[in-house]
Design a protein around this ligand. Sequence first.
Ligand SMILES: Cc1cc2nc3c(=O)[nH]c(=O)nc-3n(C[C@H](O)[C@H](O)[C@H](O)COP(=O)(O)OP(=O)(O)OC[C@H]3O[C@@H](n4cnc5c(N)ncnc54)[C@H](O)[C@@H]3O)c2cc1C
Ligand SMILES: NC(=O)c1ccc[n+]([C@@H]2O[C@H](COP(=O)([O-])OP(=O)(O)OC[C@H]3O[C@@H](n4cnc5c(N)ncnc54)[C@H](O)[C@@H]3O)[C@@H](O)[C@H]2O)c1
Length: 459
Amino acid sequence: MTRIDTDLLVIGAGSGGLSVAAGAVQMGARVVLLEGHKMGGDCLNYGCVPSKALLSEAKRAHQTGSGNYAAAMAHVARVIETIAPVDSQERFEGLGVTVIREFGRFVSDTEVQAGDTTISARRIVLATGSSPLVPPIPGLDAVPHLTNETLFDLRQKPDHLVIIGGGPIGIEMAQAHVRLGCAVTVIEGAKALGREDPEAAALVLDTLRREGVTILEDAKAEQVRQDGDRIVVETSKGAVTGSHLLVAVGRKVNLDRLDLKVGNVDHEKGVSVDTGLRSKSNRRVYAVGDAAGGMQFTHLAGYHAGVVIRSILFSLPSKAKTHHIPRVTYSEPELAQVGMTETEAREAYGDRVTVARFDYDENDRAIATGQTAGFAKVMVVRGRPVGATIVGAEAGELIGLWALVLANGLKMSAVASMVAPYPTLGEVNKRAAGAYFSPKLFGNPWVKRVVGAVQRFLP
Ligand SMILES: Cc1cc2nc3c(=O)[nH]c(=O)nc-3n(C[C@H](O)[C@H](O)[C@H](O)COP(=O)(O)OP(=O)(O)OC[C@H]3O[C@@H](n4cnc5c(N)ncnc54)[C@H](O)[C@@H]3O)c2cc1C
Ligand SMILES: NC(=O)c1ccc[n+]([C@@H]2O[C@H](COP(=O)([O-])OP(=O)(O)OC[C@H]3O[C@@H](n4cnc5c(N)ncnc54)[C@H](O)[C@@H]3O)[C@@H](O)[C@H]2O)c1
């Protein structure tokens, strides 16, 4: 039995845990990092990286009209392998972190057991992430089904992929697979991409349908059974039969192995934390990323890391905010959101909201490159944006500007005064800001009167 005393113990080496460990050790803290499975966590091994690598191969297949499923999946594996060294045990040990490849569990409110090591820490950060939620649909446990943890191991192309869940995982994987030559059916119990602006979501869903994806909405999966070599999903809108089944109905936070009760750490959906991401019941403990029970994004986990480092290392007040965290569904067209959607803004601010909009089909670069489907909408209250929605080519890149605006409380005038290079898709953002000011300038009789008066007096 080994004993280690440390300043900071980080449990989980995914996006959140790695960022905390790297930041803290480089600022002088003694850091122990536990990982019971793969270094890099979900994002590298089963999430963002493989899904975006597969989407990129699928796009190529769509453009060239020829795709090879096994080759696309081999590309996915190569991309993971290329990025893996950045998240590796060797790199973190090189930074000075003590890495222990074991699952950890509390044995007291200040100590964690990992294999035959007991770690006693001043502060503990839970960064244990989440796993695919497998819902209690009758018959599902008796039928072979894929999740994001097994999908990328496939090498043989599914003949017909049935996906339960029309959230970001379901929609991204539906487009990737239809473009790689599979028949695809999405079964969604409510509305597909239901969290998103309905008009933006419709643009994405219409594109998928045109490419051949069948999307059933308001069709809850109620029962699953095997019929020979086919899988049958009974839904409220009839039966769907396919060769493979992907379950993508949300996530379950990984807390089971931690013995949280022994650590006096309360939890509900995730660890119960205050606005500083600190456990409400055990003040030595923090939670970041998916384990904190809120939104689930890699960039959010990275942001959380900064918040807890400030609090743990410098004992400074630190709060995690959410209003400036963007999200992107990497379909084609991409759908990006930061802050409130139009519906949310109208609910919160009523008539005080102005929606400024600019469509891609008026952007010269979009016309030149044949990417005219899409729009940007900015929700503005008293001159300051409270949210932005962009759907269209490179929406994920374009939303960065509005993320900056929201994070810093900037005004629409800051974006309107920016000079964007011509011709770029980025001009969509500037023109959306212009659309906010145009009625104020061009439709305003006072402006016309002032201009008229000035012109009369000019020599
Ligand atoms: C298919 C898919 C696609 C996604 N695409 C995107 C995307 O494009 N962009 C985006 O921002 N987000 C995306 N996400 C979400 C993103 O992957 C997660 O939000 C992110 O990985 C969360 O990071 P984390 O550090 O909280 O957890 P994780 O990355 O899951 O890491 C947690 C780690 O903790 C380990 N662990 C768990 N319990 C213990 C224990 N008791 N002891 C030791 N180790 C433990 C796990 O093995 C794991 O390695 C996607 C997710 C999925 C599933
Ligand atoms: N591009 C990205 O950033 C990205 C990509 C993928 C995943 N993620 C992250 O992973 C999380 C999980 O994604 P997800 O798509 O699994 O979950 P989700 O919760 O976003 O969507 C799941 C969908 O499944 C539906 N559903 C649930 N039970 C059902 C049933 N029995 N029958 C039919 N439909 C049912 C829900 O109505 C919902 O629309 C996301 O919230 C996101 O944070 C992010």
